[in-house]
Design a protein around this ligand. Sequence first.
Ligand code: FES
Length: 84
Amino acid sequence: MSIKKIDIYGNASKKVITTLFVNEIDLKLRLLDFLRKNGLPIAYSCDGHGSCRKCSFNKDILSCQITVEDYLKSKEGLLIFDYL
Ligand code: FES
């Protein structure tokens, strides 16, 4: 298996905040859970039910509604959070 990584870019800080490496178990996690597990302060208030929209990235994708695996397949490129 090739090593997969995700670059996290913060619009507020105008830089790549960190690069996270993904293992086999991480692939099945919701992206929100993966990011929080790695210490990123991703906002959320509906506990992943898809209603608060605080966990959105790349403008309008909800990190609680997509798995790490699906994000990597999506070809979204940088994962961008406005408030980081
Ligand atoms: S956590 Fe509320 S929409 Fe994702």
